[in-house]
Design a binder for this molecule. Structure first.
Ligand code: SF4
Length: 699
């Protein structure tokens, strides 16, 4: 897993789902790990954003965990690996014997590699539970659900390269690639825009995407600044406008879809004018955007967490699918419905089965035939009932869940209603955290296992457009840390025996993965080489598909599923006590709970603390000035942040981030879930704001 000290190794940026190739090089001292560009990297061709360029800063950070820790009498003490393993195995065995296998929960990680997540979910299933999940639950579980059931695969239908080459119009709803996927934005989308592509942005917040395409100064592009939680009515206006004007693709609807009548019936008495008022966007603007979408030769939808993180997240994405299907914008380059995935391996973590309802390759756990085919390779029985999602596991902590195994996740900060999550974690009988730093969650652990960082180990990750790429590592910086895979092999072997849990190397794990994951079956480390392969890649020699569904969808009958949906307001709407809508999003310079980015001097300098965006009219009403310290409150907690008075945010809405432990948005967010995908509603909660300390020193 390591290489000659002086040779740079080609690997993948550990941050977002774009999957940019970078190099790392180790100096004479193992701790001296440097970033180097990779000029002909397949995705980014040498370009890099601020996060990628700073990624090596955390590798030898002084806060690294370097020894296993065991908690005794409320305090951590250093322990040997033997002690740590013994404690974990005896506690996991005790919990299974005392209760049942479903009393344990397992959190995989979108920041770790395919092989590691594959082995963790195999351990969970051998233990006897499907209570295994990862943070895709928080970002795109609803997108995956809608895409999988209506089209076939829970992933981008197209790839960044074909979108750049063939896309005429980009409909970007609830996504902010200018901030979250900077290289995709600059290298792919902006290139297409320079060559004439139009951008329609749908978002309550004017952001880096708005600025990067100069949308507000353009006649060609549009920004529809809607109220949070009104995506369904906005898309229904678009769809009804297309139906009224007969801009549909009749042949595509007739030959490739079913459910069109349901959509037309749903919209029969739909009142566009009333819906536009609800959205807070002029009707004629939405109608014009509909015309632009319908008239484009190739129109692509990009969808993000502004769509998925709602109690109606599945329906939000279904309505995007409806729009693409009725206009025939699927199955060709430059089209499709394309979720922009957040973390560098969130796609792969789902692909390899670290989810409670699916096995590797999205084979349903309650499908007897699928389960049998995986059991034939694994040699043990897999539980047939879908398990709990990670938010459900946290809700059940100390109730039906008594033990937790957490690899590289930080639920105390990342989950909604974080104060309650912390309370629940206090009730656990046993918790293991495997990580590189003492995270907010690790403080609740009984055993902490010090893992190596992304730069010190090898494996594969899968980026947002389904490209599986290899990561390669330099030498370990700290002798007594271990690679995630080594740790999992040891735990698995001690619990269940070596057979099926001890592998010669990381490639051997991938070899087993491809036996049980049909869409990865045609890949080997050698074939992945330096460019990687897009899935699906069913047989050796398949080149992988840069875009999906050319001739049919991967649904049972091969047809794309249209289904009309109706507006469902957020679970919490403003009232007298909490008169504002709180919405949340991320910054380019930080990454989720900030475990790594807050420890990177370059990134932290850009944004060392949290803040809230508030519209000037709201600020005037609350007598808040730019720079004042304010308290944000919801029914679940409060945080203190600096106010940023800006017209970028819609009136009546306040906007903040989850990155900073001292004032994380998730102390305020609502943990209500979408019924099907179980994704929380991070994007809309009722809140209030009050001035704490004025910037002029008053209170
Ligand atoms: Fe890394 Fe994403 Fe930036 Fe590329 S765009 S360098 S993958 S953070």
């Amino acid at each position: 897993m390591s290489t000659d000290e002086s040779d740079p190794v080609k690997t993948i940026c550990p941050y977002c789902g774009v999957g940019c190739g970078i190099q790392v090089k180790q100096g004479d001292d193992p701790g001296d790990v440097k970033f180097m560009p990779w000029a002909d990297a397949p995705v980014n061709e040498g370009r890099i954003c601020i996060k990628g360029g700073a990624a090596t800063q955390v590798v030898n950070h002084e806060d690294r965990l370097t020894e296993p820790l065991i908690k005794e009498d409320g305090e951590f003490r250093e322990a040997t690996w033997e002690e740590a393993y013994d404690r974990i195995v005896s506690e996991m065995t005790r919990i299974r014997d005392t209760y049942e296998p479903d009393a344990m929960g397992f959190f995989g990680s979108s920041k770790t590699m395919n092989e590691e997540n594959y082995l963790l979910q195999k351990i969970a299933r051998r233990y006897g539970t499907n209570n295994i999940d990862n943070c895709t639950r928080m970002c795109h579980a609803s997108t995956v659900w809608a895409l999988r059931t209506s089209l076939g695969a829970g992933a981008m239908t197209n790839s960044m390269a074909d979108l750049r080459e063939a896309g005429d119009l980009f409909w970007i709803q609830g996504a902010n690639p200018g901030e979250q996927h900077p290289i995709a934005n600059s290298q792919y989308f902006r290139q297409a825009v320079l060559e004439g592509a139009t951008v329609i942005q749908v978002d309550p917040h004017a952001n880096k995407t708005t600025r990067s395409f100069k949308i507000s100064e353009s006649d060609r592009h549009m920004h529809l600044q809607l109220n949070p939680g009104t995506d369904i009515p906005l898309l229904n206006i678009v769809i009804k406008t297309i139906l009224e004007n007969d801009w549909i693709d009749e042949e595509f609807i007739a030959n490739r879809t079913e459910g069109f009548e349901h959509l037309t019936e749903t919209l029969e008495s739909f009142d566009k004018a009333a819906a536009a008022e609800e959205c807070g966007v002029p009707l004629e603007d939405i109608e014009l955007a509909a015309e632009k979408y319908a008239m484009a030769n190739n129109a692509a939808i990009f969808t993000g967490m502004g769509m998925s993180q709602h109690t109606c997240g599945v329906d939000n994405v279904q309505n995007e699918i409806n729009l693409a299907l009725i206009t025939g914008n699927l199955g060709r380059p430059g089209t499709g419905v394309n979720p922009l995935r957040g973390q560098n391996n969130v796609q792969g973590t789902c692909d390899v089965g670290a989810m409670p309802n699916v096995l590797p390759g999205y084979q349903l756990v309650d499908d007897d035939e699928a389960r049998r085919s995986v059991e034939a390779v694994w040699g043990f029985e897999i539980p047939s009932e879908p398990g709990l999602t990670n938010v459900e596991i946290s809700h059940e902590a100390g109730r039906s869940i008594h033990g937790l195994y957490i690899m590289g996740e930080n639920p105390i900060m990342s989950e909604p209603d974080a104060n309650e999550v912390a309370k629940r974690f206090e009730e656990l009988e046993f918790c293991v955290v495997q990580d590189i730093f003492m995270t907010e969650t690790a403080r609740y652990a009984d055993v902490i296992l010090p893992a190596t960082t992304w730069a010190e180990r090898g494996g594969t990750v899968t980026n947002t457009d389904r490209r599986v790429q290899r990561m390669r590592g330099v030498q370990k910086v700290h002798e007594n840390t271990k690679h995630d895979l080594e740790i999992l092999m040891e735990i698995g072997s001690r619990l269940f025996g070596e057979d099926g849990f001890r592998f010669d190397d990381v490639e051997a794990v991938f070899e087993e993965l491809r036996q049980v994951c049909p869409s990865y079956h045609g890949m080997t480390y050698e074939l992945l080489g330096e460019t990687g392969l897009h899935w699906p890649c069913y047989e050796l020699g398949d080149e992988g598909d840069p875009y999906l569904y050319e001739s049919s969808f991967d649904t049972e009958n091969g047809l794309g599923q249209i289904e009309g949906v109706r507006h469902q307001p957020p679970a919490e709407v403003p009232d007298e006590e909490y008169p504002l809508i709180l919405t949340t999003a991320r910054l380019e310079e930080h990454y989720n709970t900030g475990t790594m980015s807050r420890r990177s001097p370059t990134l932290n300098r850009q944004h060392p603390e949290n803040f809230v965006d508030i519209h000037p009219n709201d600020a005037a009403r609350y007598e808040i000035e730019d720079g004042d310290m304010v308290t944000l409150r919801s029914r679940r907690g409060e945080i203190e942040v600096k106010a940023q008075v800006t017209e970028a945010i819609k009136e009546g809405v306040i906007w903040t981030t989850p990155h900073f432990a001292a004032a994380s948005a998730n102390r305020l967010t609502n943990d209500v879930l979408d019924d099907r995908a179980k994704i929380p509603e991070y994007k809309a909660a009722a809140a209030e704001i009050a001035i704490t300390v004025a910037s002029n020193g008053g209170a």
